[in-house]
Design a protein around this ligand. Structure first.
Ligand code: SF4
Ligand code: SF4
Length: 170
């Protein structure tokens, strides 16, 4: 029997199970913004841990260890998101309780999309999965001017949505 294929190893895209393991509980997401650190590989990196004022991210003595987020300690400030060189961290927020989720993601492309604009939302493979609405584009000094875009999508896309298709805002 052939070895099962690890979708992350074969295509660079994490499996649904790998993604789900990084997410907070539904209860925590309903309390407001919270970090999801999609860091899957052992690499020598730890700015997310040192940036977190709440002590919510643990890598520990082995700098190659995979970061673990304590979602109950996380305040959703986003500082780790801005510091992560791998663009591996996003925030999710289900506090609206209206069947939508707000995502906050680092966004490398200028110009930043306008608030209120409808945009194509892509998954981790870069494929368009749904439409979303931009709720905020920001580039605060506290984030070292790392641009961050917030967008809202139907909650059915919680696990699928990962970013905005660059240059396709309306
Ligand atoms: S969002 Fe803020 S509190 Fe939460 S893990 Fe990141 S730096 Fe820490
Ligand atoms: S800063 Fe980003 S890439 Fe580095 S360990 Fe943290 S989550 Fe992973």
């Amino acid at each position: 029997m052939p070895e099962p294929i690890d979708p992350f190893e074969s295509g660079g895209v994490p499996s649904l199970m790998m993604i789900a393991e990084k997410f907070p509980s539904c209860l925590r997401m309903k309390r407001g913004r919270v970090a999801v650190a999609e860091c899957y590989r052992r690499i020598p990196c730890n700015p997310c841990e040192t940036a977190c004022p709440a002590g919510a991210i643990t890598i520990g003595a082995d700098i190659n260890a995979i970061p673990v987020v304590d979602h109950d300690k996380c305040t959703g400030c986003g500082l780790c998101l801005a510091k992560c060189p791998g663009l591996a961290i996003m925030l999710v927020d289900a506090s609206a309780r209206d069947g939508t989720i707000e995502f906050s993601v680092p966004h490398e492309f200028l110009p930043l999309p306008e608030t209120g604009g409808a945009v194509d939302i892509v998954d981790r493979a870069g494929e368009v999965v749904c439409r979303g609405v931009v709720t905020q584009s920001l580039c605060p000094s506290a984030y070292d001017k790392t641009p961050v875009v917030r967008f809202r999508v139907n909650e059915a896309y919680l696990m699928a949505a990962r970013g905005i298709r660059a240059g396709k805002g309306e």
